[in-house]
Design a protein around this ligand. Structure first.
Ligand SMILES: *Cc1c(COP(=O)(O)O)cnc(C)c1O
Length: 334
């Protein structure tokens, strides 16, 4: 265990978030299922991105930034969280949103508009050049006298991931208080920063158990490489010696399904199952897929009966309110 001072964080999230036992789901699955409620980091400012933004925006403030630039899909939770948090700190936000030109004005996109973020709609082809596009826009802003700060996709770099390193420490205090050590830590993986931050905590023995990340897009090799590179960046930034991704940390890519932001009926069934047994609302893009994967891995026996499992509820509720898919998500009336 280490006690060195990490990077400065601003206070945006309601911390610590609750750790709750899902009793009925646990009984049905034959495991002990704990939910780490990072969906409760705030209401409109909810989800995992806030923990990353606490570190990233503290860095932006330190550098005197007055405008933040970031990117994502039209319904990006990260872009919405950045837009709202920037306003809370008195900054402007410029969002490069893939497909926003034709997107339904609902969910996260509606919130982006409400807080007056500048939305630059880009195509999937342009999105591949997102880092160059943002750097170019930042240079233009700078030339006009502004002080821009660029946040990469998902806030997933060394600073952003530090938010999840600290979250693992928060979880450890809670599990110790309840007298158990988790066998498994489960999270959805979209840009890799949450997984990398938790993996750093495992590598530095801040928390035990095996970490399994369920990819919601891309594949295992891509995310393992991304985690390795964030871990290396954290190592040099924070002067840590980390020997790469620990053997107890892995990515499962068997539940990506139809691809990012798309669902199969059985995934939505799992989402409705946990909603109706626990009153726990997941999102279709990330947490619903991750829980679907977790349930399947329990049934397959990879996650053994009786295991103590902590599932990170990373938020994403506005993904349920995209407006154009409500019937599909809700299913037949009960
Ligand atoms: C972004 C996001 C994730 C994935 O986190 P990454 O750090 O990007 O991998 C998981 N759940 C929700 C709800 C998210 O918005």
């Amino acid at each position: 265990m280490t006690t060195e001072l990490g990077p400065t964080r601003c206070k945006l999230a309601l911390r610590p978030t609750p750790l709750e036992l899902a009793r009925r789901a646990s009984a049905e699955l034959g495991i002990e299922l704990w939910i780490k409620r990072d969906d409760l980091t705030g209401s409109t400012l909810s989800g995992n991105k806030i923990r990353k933004l606490e570190v990233l925006l503290a860095d932006a403030e330190r550098l005197g930034a007055d405008v933040v630039l970031t990117c994502g899909g039209a319904q990006s939770n990260h872009a919405r969280a950045t837009a709202i948090a920037a306003r809370q700190l008195g900054m402007d936000a410029v969002l490069f949103l893939r497909g926003a030109a034709t997107a339904h004005l609902s969910g996260n996109l509606l919130l982006d508009r409400l807080v007056g973020a500048e939305i630059r709609a880009i195509t999937p082809e342009e999105y591949r050049q997102r880092d160059a596009l943002m750097a170019e826009a930042a240079a233009t802003l700078k030339a006009s006298g502004r002080r821009p700060y660029v946040i990469p996709e998902g806030g997933s770099n060394a600073l952003g991931s530090y938010g999840y390193y600290a979250a693992a420490q928060e979880l450890r205090a809670q599990t110790e208080e309840r007298g158990f050590a988790p066998d498994w830590l489960i999270t959805a993986v979209g840009s890799g920063g949450t997984f990398a931050g938790l993996a750093a905590a495992v590598a530095r023995r801040e928390i035990g158990g095996r970490l399994l990340g369920f990819a919601v897009c891309d594949d295992r090799a891509t995310f393992r490489a991304r985690a390795e590179s964030i871990l290396a960046e954290m190592g040099s930034r924070f002067d840590w010696s980390i020997e790469g991704l620990p053997a107890s940390c892995d990515i499962e890519d068997g539940y990506v399904g139809r691809g990012y932001g798309l669902n199969r009926p059985d995934e939505l069934e799992t989402l409705r199952w946990i909603a109706s047994t626990e009153g726990l609302i997941l999102d279709p893009v990330y947490t619903g897929k991750a829980l679907h994967g977790l349930v399947a891995e329990v049934r397959r026996g990879r996650i053994a009966a009786g295991s103590r499992v902590v599932f990170w509820h990373t938020g994403g509720i506005f993904g349920l309110f995209r407006g154009d898919e409500a019937e599909q998500v809700a299913g037949a009336p009960g």
